[in-house]
Design a protein around this ligand. Structure first.
Ligand SMILES: Cc1ncc(COP(=O)(O)O)c(C=O)c1O
Length: 366
């Protein structure tokens, strides 16, 4: 079976470094917010080109804490509207809801699956305070147009960069450095994945960074001195240790992902398949390679029978999930069509060329 993803093969490349670092970690006796977290925050901020990085327990918390911090700072208040693409992973929308804000779900651009600037402008009301741009599947949203819009309407711009570590535009600006703040996830299957949960916020705003740091650690200004009603959402020291070892290889891994994507792109010739749209070098880091196909069940069963595992990102759109039933009345035909037709093909940095070739041949004879 060609598996959709092989996390063991991704991580075993680093096993010697992991074991060596673990010995030091164990001996340090410092297991929460120690040197590894400090080092990672510095390194990841440098990597993204931002002034600050604050580790969090996971990507969902990173996004929630951004909104909660803006509420603490008085720039957002309960009930404010945040525009978000309707076809995102549910976490983007949950973050807005858990912060007490109101998500306004809009249709994406059907070609790129990303937030559509014209539809953002159509959705702006007197209650809109922020736009959340999600770099879905690893492809940068149209940040030039969205940045102009948020400037014109004086809105906050939050990036959900959970799937886009290292994606950059033609000027070299990376995901996490376009908006007021960005949330990243280090869930194991992400382009930069921990060996457990992890996340962070990147920002260039000192006041926001300080508030997020406080909120993530019980609202503490210093040990046992609590300035605001905070949470416990810290990046784990041992996960930071793994991430410090893996970060220097992120660009190389993204390069491997891009090579595989280019091979799929140039060699899949079946006219039953719609390939993803990507053009600019580096603006897509292929967290997922998402194709579209009518009669999806048939296609997925065919590949499965031939020994290829696929996944669907995502089978049910957020507004049709029971958890978000209050949004089920929304009329979002593009989103619903996307969710009915998308299929993600296996693509990960340690995937071998023969498997890629086999998948291409199978698709071309479908
Ligand atoms: C687009 C998007 N946003 C947010 C998240 C949340 O990240 P985490 O799973 O680390 O909480 C994810 C992760 O799955 C994601 O794909």
């Amino acid at each position: 079976m060609i598996r959709f993803m092989d996390l063991h093969s991704i991580n075993k490349r680093f096993d010697k470094e992991f074991i060596k670092a673990y010995t030091g970690f164990l001996a340090s006796g410092s297991y929460i917010l120690g040197d590894e977290v400090d080092t990672f925050e510095t390194n990841f901020a440098n990597y993204c080109g931002t002034k600050f990085c604050i580790g969090t327990a996971n990507g969902l918390d990173a996004l929630i804490l951004i909104f909660k911090a803006y509420i603490e700072l008085g720039l957002l208040e309960k009930g404010d509207e945040v525009i978000v693409p309707a076809n995102t992973y549910i976490a983007s929308i949950l973050a807005i809801i858990h912060a007490g804000l109101h998500p306004v779900l809009i249709e994406p651009d059907e070609e790129t699956f990303n937030i559509s600037p014209t539809k953002v402008e159509d959705a702006i009301t007197w209650k809109t305070r922020a736009v959340m741009a999600v770099h879905l599947y690893g492809q940068l949203a149209d940040m030039n147009s969205i940045s102009e819009l948020v400037k014109k309407y004086n809105l906050l711009l939050i990036e959900d960069a959970a799937q886009a570590h290292g994606a950059k535009n033609n000027d070299g600006v990376k995901a996490g450095n376009f908006g007021n703040a960005a949330g990243f996830s280090f869930y194991p299957s992400k382009n930069l994945g921990a060996l457990g949960d992890g996340g962070c916020v990147t920002t260039n705003n000192l006041e926001l960074a300080n508030m997020i740091r406080k909120l993530s650690n019980y609202g503490a200004d210093s040990k046992y001195v609590n300035a605001v009603k905070g949470y416990n959402s810290r990046l784990d020291e041992i996960q930071a240790m793994f991430l410090n070892i893996k970060l220097p290889f992120l660009d190389r891994d993204n390069g491997h992902r891009t090579e595989i994507a280019n091979t799929y792109f140039s060699k899949i010739s079946s006219n039953k398949i719609k390939l993803p749209n990507f053009s600019k070098d580096g603006d897509h880091v292929f967290h997922q390679f998402v194709i579209r196909v009518d009669n999806r069940d048939n296609f997925v069963n065919y590949l499965n029978k031939k020994g290829v595992e696929t996944l669907i990102h995502y089978p049910i759109p957020p507004h049709k999930q029971k958890a978000l039933k209050e949004y089920s009345y929304l009329n979002l035909p593009i989103t619903e069509k996307i969710h009915k037709t998308v299929v993600s093909l296996p693509l990960y940095p340690t995937m071998n060329k023969q498997d890629v070739q086999k998948i291409i041949e199978l698709i071309n004879t479908y």
